[in-house]
Design a protein around this ligand. Structure first.
Ligand code: BG6
Length: 457
């Protein structure tokens, strides 16, 4: 029996845009996703857009019962900025009523909510002004954060500012998977910097309003493994760690942007515009905990013909195709559970054993209806195996002293996934269709319930 620490969080995560539905209703304004779907629906898998998603907006009361039914003791979702503040200034009272009642129902089921503020859902009114490219976004986000803390702080004790900030930077400004889908390394760095400042100012507002509660940030961690021990490959690994991980982890936990990252950015003429007081704000507003979403590692090698100055991160670290890799064929992501142990040790040894939790881990599989048994239940043993393998390595890290306080899966009920629509499913509950929104429990939900109840397996 592997028993996890007392009060360990067993839960699931989702996000407002992927689960609420009613995306253009009840006073919510457009986000970049609504806009992009309207202008370029062909980009979205089978034309599946953000309007309906999982319809938690109407079904949250039953869904909160479902959380308890599968033993979750915690749950993360986000607030939609464009729903709460449709024009960025004025509060949508219908949104307040919805979120308050939703949060109350989560709490009534004995589930601890962790509420996040931004999950890739930039309001369109702000994007029209340049989104994270403009300094105005920092103030706008700080105002939104303050408003959310004031409106929901009596119910919600654990908050996070951003989910995976690297993703909206990379996908929006380098690889085309998020709006505005441009390719501009310098803008990507500026967007990253403003995101970091928006995070720091949100933490500042939090300390003023809720000095006794806790706040963190959710980062996607793709630990870099180099092709070889040779200096050039190791230097690619260092670059990858600096850009994809330490860029947010170090300022959030240690209160400063690492010097080697500043030097790297300077050397490639990518330095963003800053304000004199920023350094101080970052220093004074570190977090209480970190959430790390882990899906896959990053295999790197020295780039063959790097451009100087770099035009793309691939000029600083090139992808390496590890011949021994195991792949989830549906999502195309490597499966490498060992990395969870490495991350646990990194948090212990390089971050002074800072409190952290696995805030997302999971396996997306297409056409799961293939695995329905006679009773109509999806037999997703592959998902159970995937989670168990990751938990084995997490357990080992905890045994060796890493300060990890929870494990959240992605996700609770199958949800909409950006350009991939409903192709890959991750949930403990299957969403039958985005028309009638029926939910049915999968085998993994029963398994997770047992794990949560026994605090181990
Ligand atoms: C995480 C995100 O990166 O991975 C989620 O926080 C996302 O929003 C999840 O849905 C799974 O990835 P995908 O692209 O298969 O949906």
């Amino acid at each position: 029996m592997k028993t996890f620490p007392k009060n360990f969080l067993w839960g699931s995560a989702t996000s407002a845009p992927q689960s609420e539905g009613h995306s253009l209703q009840n006073g919510k304004s457009e986000t970049t996703w609504d806009y992009w779907f309207k202008t370029n629906p062909e980009k979205f898998h089978e034309n599946q857009g953000p309007e309906n998603t999982t319809n938690i907006y109407e079904m949250y009361k039953e869904d909160c019962k479902r959380m308890k039914e599968i033993g979750l003791n915690s749950f993360r979702t986000s607030i939609s900025w464009a729903r709460l503040l449709p024009d960025g200034r004025h509060v949508n009272q219908e949104a307040v009523a919805f979120y308050r009642d939703y949060f109350k129902h989560i709490l009534e089921e004995g589930v601890q909510p962790i509420i996040n503020l931004f999950h890739f859902d930039m309001p369109m009114w702000l994007m029209e002004k340049g989104g994270w490219e403009t300094r105005e976004s920092v103030d706008a986000f700080a105002f939104y954060a303050k408003t959310a803390f004031e409106l929901f702080g009596d119910l919600i004790k654990n908050w996070t500012t951003f989910n995976e900030p690297i993703v909206h930077i990379e996908c929006g400004y380098l690889n085309g998977a998020h709006y505005p889908a441009i390719h501009d390394f310098k803008k990507a760095i500026q967007v990253g910097y403003h995101t970091l400042m928006a995070h720091a100012y949100a933490v500042k507002a939090f300390r003023e309003i809720m000095p006794n509660e806790s706040i963190g940030i959710i980062l996607n961690i793709t630990p870099a493994y180099a092709r070889s021990d040779q200096a050039a490959d190791q230097s690619a690994k260092e670059n990858a760690d600096l850009l994809t991980m330490k860029s947010f982890l170090d300022p959030a936990v240690k209160g400063f942007i690492p010097d080697p990252l500043i030097q790297l950015i300077q050397a490639h003429d990518l330095t963003p515009e800053t304000i004199g007081s920023d350094k101080e704000i970052i220093k004074e507003n570190t977090v209480d905990f970190i959430g790390l979403n882990y899906y896959q590692p990053l295999r790197v090698q020295a780039p063959e013909n790097p451009r100087f100055p770099a035009q793309d991160p691939e000029d600083l670290f090139a992808p390496y195709d590890w011949p021994e890799k195991r792949i989830n064929p549906y999502r195309g992501w490597e499966i490498y559970p060992e990395a969870i142990y490495d991350v646990a040790m990194m948090m212990k040894n390089e971050y002074n054993n800072f409190p952290w939790y696995v805030s997302e881990n999971g396996m997306g599989v297409a056409e799961e209806e293939r695995f329905v048994n006679e009773e109509g239940m999806i037999q997703d043993d592959y998902r159970i195996d995937f989670m168990k393998e990751h938990l084995d390595y997490l357990y080992q890290g905890i045994q060796e002293g890493s300060n990890c306080f929870g494990y959240h899966t992605w996700t609770f009920i199958d949800c909409w996934s950006w350009l991939n629509g409903y192709r890959n499913r991750y949930g403990f509950y299957r969403l039958e269709s985005d028309k009638d929104f029926t939910r049915s429990l999968k085998k993994s939900g029963l398994w997770y319930k047992e794990v949560a109840q026994n605090n181990g397996y």
